[in-house]
Design a protein around this ligand. Sequence first.
Ligand code: BGC
Length: 409
Amino acid sequence: MTAFPPDFLWGASTSPHQIEGNNVNSDWWAREGLVPGMEVSGDADDSYHRFREDMQLLADAGLTSYRFGIEWARIEPRQGQFSKAELAHYRRMIDTALELGLTPIITLHHFTNPRWFAEEGGWLSPHATERFTAYVTAVTEILQDVEWVVTINEPNMMAMMVMLQEAMRSGQVAEWQSPTVEGAASDRERIAANLPVPTADFAQPFIEAHHAARDILRRRTSAKVGWSIANGALYSAAEHEQKLIEVRYLWEDLYLHAAVEDDFIGVQSYSAQEVNAEGLVPHPDHPENTMTGAAYRPDALGSAVRHATAVTGLPALITENGIPTGDDARRIRYTAEALSYVADAIDEGVAVRGYLHWSLLDNYEWGHWAPTFGLIAVDRETFVRTPKPSLSWLGQVARSQGASLGARE
Ligand code: BGC
């Protein structure tokens, strides 16, 4: 007996800046290298040119779906100047996916902005929605036959990043404490575990832009529209329930409420985190921690899909789940466990439409190359792709519609 329905989407996710290379008109490109210890994206995985090979590997393994992004900074390198050649490039990617039998899931914004947009004031500028929707309108011209569109990836992480940048600009914090500080996992752990919770005013520009983009996509395409939230799988002891509700509201429920009229909710889950009377509890050093210092919590995905679907009343599409590790057997173990929690949720009646593993390729992890999330390793000198055992393992799970995961209690 398998919990996964026959039309369940099985695949992997990427984002443009992390794999394409030479995204020179983006704000991230401009920022890279300015912070000590931060690595640059450079040629990345050169997936801009090698996307067919990447999709072919995914399809050959038995997977049926690929989530990838369109890079705003390439489509509109100057405000109001839209590149027909770049639109054609992304249309070729969509055609290639369809030709290989992969359902394309398209992300329109994944952390990076065009440099001109950032210089104009970015998401805090009064023009933010107008600028974003002009780009979205241009992209609708290439979205024929695309069934799934994610407008903005992790608006809650974006709001947090914008809040930190603002605090830096106004001198409230001396240096942007991004997870890019040189050193071991413990440095990153300290920072990642102490990320501030964004206040509601930083959420508003993203909510407004998402709603405006959704209207345009509904008018001009036949795609299902949603956005994908960083789901924290937050929990607390019973006596801190009230604080949990407050923190979870600002961290994710605000963004889930803003999705209730969408067609699906994108769920992105890696780990779980405790809340106590003071707020998020920094996660301590532990031998089981992953390469980015997060707790090893495959069960988080089960809590995340339950919470996101309960709050929104929408079907979930798991748009990201994975583990940064150099030990591929551990990746397989983590993913098998995470999927068993998804299967339990489906058995209980939770609507889940698909599972997209993060990530197809080892890639640029926002300042670092060390954390390897990929089902495929990439030689950064030669760009040779080497599939890891986890790729064929996940392909087998897909071909068997989950049956190869084995019997569950
Ligand atoms: C992001 C990805 C990132 C991944 C692993 C998510 O927050 O959408 O871009 O690489 O987590 O950290």
